[in-house]
Design a protein around this ligand. Structure first.
Ligand code: ASN
Length: 314
């Protein structure tokens, strides 16, 4: 018999969904999603529907269980990110966004970080002919405008979040990946996150640390034109994105360089030979952003039905 929620776990789950923390988080969630949509609409983005399952999805750069199922004799995965669908769409629709539900069955030890849910939503966007710097500006304005909106509607939620209220109107600081790693060693990301007071960018991430689809810098082989946004005060990573590889022969090379089987990405590589366009984009994890705004220790307090790595959930 497969495991099911125990009665005590069920009553904890029911208690959790009516907690004050979840209530505040849902208020912030409503404001943030509304504001992000309206900022993007004003920038002439169109909203596309999410893809929940597909024959192709993001391979990610770290191991997770891959929930697959067969339907009509065809094997599908649940979406880990809509990166490939964004690259296909952006050819016809130059500015797109979607609130994309993702499932990533992380290993149980990820529960310790306080920032991993195995089911979450990212606001995923892509812009045709854009540079990394163009989309970084969009991300900064989404964050700033959302915080201002939360402050307007629910100032009491931000009462103890002085650093959030002070989010700068100028650009966030930018660090090169190699500089931080040289200075702080292996755990540089969390180390810097704990030291900083404001969100900051990490740029120029090495090719070995990322998926095959981010574009290599022509002037700096081995380094990608990509970025992560890291929240301060130890909240960790909140956005990742970059410029994309769009040339079919280079996509294939990059898949092979990662030691991945090209057959796994056949649909995408075939689609790429029908013509992709240059683009840049990113995804911002909604629950992580709300956790940072609300100042919660653990991400599960953001969601009424949190899926915690390794745990049985409602
Ligand atoms: N959404 C991210 C991007 O656009 C990819 C990801 O979530 N892994 O780069």
């Amino acid at each position: 018999m497969e495991k099911q929620l125990e009665v005590s776990e069920l009553s904890n789950s029911i208690r959790h969904l009516s907690s004050d923390k979840v209530k505040s988080a849902l208020l912030v969630n409503t404001v943030v999603r509304g504001k992000m949509s309206s900022v993007l609409r004003s920038l002439k983005f169109i909203e596309v529907p999410p893809v929940i399952y597909s024959q192709i999805t993001d391979p990610l750069n770290h191991p997770v269980d891959d929930p697959r199922f067969t339907y009509g004799g065809v094997e599908y995965s649940l979406t880990k990110s809509m990166i490939f669908h964004k690259q296909l769409l952006v050819k016809n629709f130059p500015r797109i966004f979607t609130f994309s539900p993702n499932v990533r069955l992380e290993t149980a030890e990820k529960a310790k970080t306080g920032r991993h849910l195995t089911e979450f939503t990212q606001l995923d966007l892509e812009v045709r002919d854009a540079t990394r710097e163009d989309v970084m500006k969009i991300a900064e304005s989404l964050i700033r405008e959302s915080v201002l909106e939360v402050k307007l509607f629910y100032p009491e939620i931000l009462e103890k979040r002085k650093n959030v209220i002070d989010i700068p109107s100028a650009h966030f600081r930018k660090y090169r990946y190699s500089d931080l790693r040289d200075k702080y060693g292996k755990d540089f990301e969390m180390e810097t996150s704990s030291r900083e007071k404001q969100p900051f960018w990490i740029v120029d991430i090495p090719l070995t640390e990322r998926e095959f689809y981010d574009r290599e810098d022509e002037n700096e082989p081995g380094i990608l034109k990509d970025m992560d946004l890291i929240y301060p005060e130890g909240y960790g990573e909140g956005i990742s994105g970059g410029e994309r590889e769009y040339l079919p022969e280079r996509i294939l090379e990059r898949i092979k360089a990662k030691g991945q089987a090209p057959s796994q990405f056949r649909i995408f590589t075939e689609a790429s030979s029908m013509g992709l366009v240059p683009s840049a984009g990113f995804g911002i994890g909604i629950e992580r952003f709300i956790r940072y705004i609300c100042g919660y220790e653990r991400i599960e307090d953001v969601h009424p039905f949190p899926k915690i790595p390794g745990e049985s959930s409602l």
